[in-house]
Design a binder for this molecule. Structure first.
Ligand SMILES: NC(=O)c1ccc[n+]([C@@H]2O[C@H](COP(=O)([O-])OP(=O)(O)OC[C@H]3O[C@@H](n4cnc5c(N)ncnc54)[C@H](OP(=O)(O)O)[C@@H]3O)[C@@H](O)[C@H]2O)c1
Length: 318
């Protein structure tokens, strides 16, 4: 529970009675809940949408339907499902509108199903809908060992692009390489702009930036003519850059707000998710197997993301 907005250490465990589904709702026995950076932002009151406590954090889950409310059709007890919510996933049982749940496809286990949706929908939305990635384009992915970064590598590779990853530890860089990055950069020991230009053969075509901070400008400067810079997140802070860097080389800076777009375009987002699932089903995309931790470790899992210790994805298992 988040009882007051603040750091992950302020999250507390609370025992409650099992919720009953209301008309049109189903109850899910949660088998895995994905941990995302955004959960920490929401609990701290630092996300663009402010939610007032008390609330249960957690925005992605997978599990088994174990009760249905009045009037529910199409979903039944025993169905294996996954769902994305604003909050509430870090729990043993969750009630959600039946229209929010999606049947788990064969081949996707609970852990992956609870942790791919935000990262992969954001990556496909950014790299296919917000810009175009051509085969052999060079895509520079910042935060490449994090959840959003790994998904971006996977999607960019599936589009035929070459990928260069940027990450701060050997462990994160190894994950980026395993996902298909042909080269990785450690920005603490190498000049990001110079090295990315070298590796990209004079520059890169696309920057995918969930990190911001000081690296953003260096990455922007690495873009070659007609390059596109995708603004995805600010784990290292919101950068300020001079617009002459956008004019130079005919560059384009593109904002990516998958969550806001999805809320306004539910049908199109449904098609986007179907597209992600099809690509996973065909073997074109490969969500990582997340690290599994007990639900009681929610606070430390969120802290590991916010404080940069996590690599890959984490799920909480009740
Ligand atoms: N725009 C959208 O639609 C959208 C959708 C989903 C998520 N997001 C955003 O994408 C970002 C990444 O989310 P995520 O779930 O992938 O998080 P994550 O798994 O924790 O990865 C974020 C990466 O940011 C890097 N980082 C650099 N400086 C950091 C700092 N001071 N503190 C923490 N991390 C730092 C870390 O990589 P290094 O240590 O290698 O630098 C880390 O691996 C978040 O800001 C999230 O809100 C945006």
């Amino acid at each position: 529970m988040c009882k007051e907005l603040g750091p992950p250490e302020a999250l507390v465990i609370e025992e409650r009675s099992v919720p009953e589904p209301r008309a049109g709702e189903v109850r899910i026995a949660v088998r895995a809940a994905g941990v995302n950076y955004v959960d920490g932002l929401i609990a701290a009151g630092r996300y663009q949408i402010r939610i007032e406590p008390p609330f249960v954090p957690g925005s992605e889950l997978a599990g088994v339907v174990d009760a249905v409310g009045e009037g529910v059709t199409g979903v039944g007890v025993g169905d294996r499902v996954f769902a994305t919510l604003g909050t509430g996933a870090f729990s043993e049982y969750v009630t959600v509108r039946a229209s929010q749940v999606i049947a788990l496809p064969d081949g996707l286990d609970f852990a992956r199903a609870a942790s791919f949706q935000q990262s992969y929908c954001t990556a496909l939305f950014a790299l296919v809908h917000r810009t175009t990635v051509h085969p052999d384009d060079v895509v520079l992915v910042l935060g490449a060992g994090g959840g959003v970064g790994l998904a971006a590598i996977d999607v960019a590779r599936s589009l035929g692009a070459r990928v260069i990853g940027v990450a701060s530890t050997a462990e994160k860089r190894a994950l980026a390489t395993a996902m298909g990055a042909e080269a990785v950069i450690d920005p603490a020991t190498e000049d990001l702009k110079t090295r990315a230009r070298e590796l990209g053969g004079g520059g890169v075509d696309v920057v995918y930036d969930p990190v911001g901070g000081e690296l953003a400008e260096q990455a922007l400067r690495a873009l070659r003519f007609d390059g596109r810079f995708l603004v995805v997140g600010f784990t290292a802070g919101i950068p300020r850059v001079a617009l002459n860097l956008v004019l130079l080389n005919n560059r384009t800076v593109v904002g990516v707000e998958w969550g806001g777009w999805a809320m306004r375009n539910a049908e199109a987002n449904g098609a986007l998710l179907d597209d992600v699932l099809d690509r996973i089903g065909r073997g074109d995309l490969h969500p990582v197997a997340p690290e599994q931790r007990p639900l009681e470790g929610a606070g430390s899992a969120v802290a590991d993301l916010i404080e940069r210790r996590a690599h890959g994805k984490i799920v909480l298992v009740p």
